[in-house]
Design a protein around this ligand. Structure first.
Ligand SMILES: Cc1cc2nc3c(=O)[nH]c(=O)nc-3n(C[C@H](O)[C@H](O)[C@H](O)COP(=O)(O)OP(=O)(O)OC[C@H]3O[C@@H](n4cnc5c(N)ncnc54)[C@H](O)[C@@H]3O)c2cc1C
Length: 451
């Protein structure tokens, strides 16, 4: 991303360096910084890494540009889609990523690989997945308004995916598919998967499997998520300091002092926090963070899995193909990411990044051969998001019991410190869309405060 011209502007209040300082340069922070500049404020964005984008990262892998983190977007996601329209960004389709009639589904079950191709083989699996989500209307008639059915949410808050699936009458094949599906949405082991969170995803695009797959696995930025990050930066031109991890934030009442680990000290009238839920407590806030916000960060949201990119020789099947297995298998959910004449890029989502050494091509090939006996793995890559000190997790999903425990404590502004974190909020929380929404809303609240 380009650095900027924010320095040319003067802060409005006397005695401060900036009107607004934004912490974190993911989609939430970049949106907040762009909007603050557009609102007329001298704005500084402080980012710990040497790049912007946070949990999105467009990178080269085995001859393709790929996304190591957040990837798919859709027009049912209002904030990101308005950016796509605003900057006229191109999107491209993913060749696969769906389990629907017409595709081939390989299921590892009871030590064998079942290949489901015909509609009558696939329908019972799709039916079971539909059944898993059958209660959605009871909880999420309005997925942007948790308060609307709050009492119903509280009743189901403690339910894990594992508990719900346990009570369903399923064939072994159906069970594997439903479990892989629930764990795939949450990027977490089954007992950490909140049934309510799974249902929220189902409700958001319109409570159908086609709509869910289209919104979470079909369309992506043709020139990468970095294309939108760069468009926002060029548009807003905030001042940006990379490699500047924030250490402390002190609200003095009429100004806020921000100190970085490099020892820089900058002041502003307002601060917008765009940090991930799982690391926000590493910054020392004065006054202190709400203890429950810090506790949630230490406990960590459910998203702790791995997204692995695998380049394999040739094509694995004649049709579109996806695979599912139990969560104890190293590769429990695979779809096609890109195709070329002589190779295929697969994307794999699993709940446990430590199950095998995912940097080891041979280990990945061995596991892949459970589905495709002749598969030849040419390259693998992933980013260890859960070990990454500036993320400590993948996409945000609440654990069972979190609505009761934490919901009322998230996203509460305090004094001159405003919380615009993509891991919080209503609707597509935990997505690129939710981050843009949260950052934009925080910038708007700052505008109301500063005038
Ligand atoms: C593997 C994976 C797959 C995903 N798939 C999708 C998908 O397909 N579609 C989708 O919409 N979403 C997806 N997501 C989720 C999406 O990427 C995130 O929800 C979104 O990018 C979060 O944006 P954010 O700005 O809230 O947080 P982040 O992107 O994490 O940004 C926070 C920033 O704060 C910085 N930071 C942390 N600590 C400090 C500090 N002390 N000082 C300064 N800066 C700091 C971080 O370096 C980071 O840049 C996926 C995420 C992952 C990891």
């Amino acid at each position: 991303a380009t650095a900027a011209q924010g320095t040319q502007r003067k802060a409005r209040a006397k005695g401060v360096d900036y009107d607004v300082i934004v912490l974190g340069g993911g989609f939430a922070g970049v949106t907040a910084a762009r909007d603050s500049m557009k609102n007329g404020y001298k704005t500084l964005l402080l980012e710990a890494r040497d790049r912007l984008g946070g949990r999105t990262w467009t990178k080269q892998f085995a001859g393709h540009h790929v996304e190591m983190g957040g990837t798919w977007i859709h027009w049912t996601q209002p904030f990101v889609w308005s950016e796509v329209q605003r900057y006229k960004l191109e999107v491209e389709e993913t060749p696969d990523g769906t389990i629907d009639p017409g595709a081939e589904l390989r299921v590892l079950v009871e030590g064998r690989c079942e290949v489901l191709t015909r509609t009558e083989q696939l329908m019972p699996v799709l039916g079971a997945i539909n059944k898993y989500f059958a209660d959605v209307g009871q909880y999420w008639e309005r997925p942007y308004d948790a308060a609307f059915q709050w009492n119903d949410l509280l009743k189901a808050d403690k339910l894990s995916a594992a508990q719900v699936i346990e009570k369903m009458q399923l064939t072994p094949v159906q069970r594997v598919a439903v479990e892989a599906y629930a764990a795939g949405l949450s990027h977490a082991p089954m007992e950490h998967v909140s049934y309510l969170e799974n249902n929220r995803w189902w409700a958001l695009p319109g409570s159908s499997m086609t709509a869910l797959h289209d919104s979470c696995g079909r369309y992506r930025f043709k020139h990468g998520t970095v294309n939108l990050i760069n468009s926002m930066v060029e548009d807003g031109k905030p001042e940006i300091r990379l490699s500047s991890p924030v250490k402390s934030v002190e609200d003095k009442g009429d100004h806020v002092i921000v100190t970085t680990a490099n020892g820089e000290r900058v002041t502003a009238s307002a601060v917008i926090v765009g940090l991930p839920m799982n690391v926000v407590q590493n910054v020392q806030f004065s006054p202190a963070l709400d203890p429950l916000v810090a506790e949630a960060g230490r406990e960590k949201h459910a998203g702790t899995g791995i997204k692995l990119l695998i380049r394999v020789k040739g094509q694995l099947a004649k049709t579109r193909v996806s695979t599912v297995a139990a969560e104890t298998h190293p590769l429990p959910f695979i779809a096609t990411y890109s195709q070329a004449a002589d190779h295929t890029i697969l994307v794999m989502f699993g709940p446990n990044p430590k199950l095998i050494d995912y940097t080891d091509k041979a280990a990945v090939q061995k596991a892949l051969r459970d589905y495709f006996p002749d598969a030849e793995v040419e390259a693998v890559d992933h980013h260890p998001w859960t070990d990454d000190p500036y993320a400590r997790g993948t996409w945000c999903n609440y654990k069972p019991g979190w609505f009761v425990k934490y919901y009322d404590h998230f996203q509460k502004d305090r004094g001159n410190v405003f919380f615009g974190q993509g891991d919080h909020g209503e609707g597509w929380r935990g997505f690129i869309d939710g981050a843009i929404g949260a950052g934009g809303a925080a910038a708007q609240r700052v505008k109301t405060k500063l005038g």
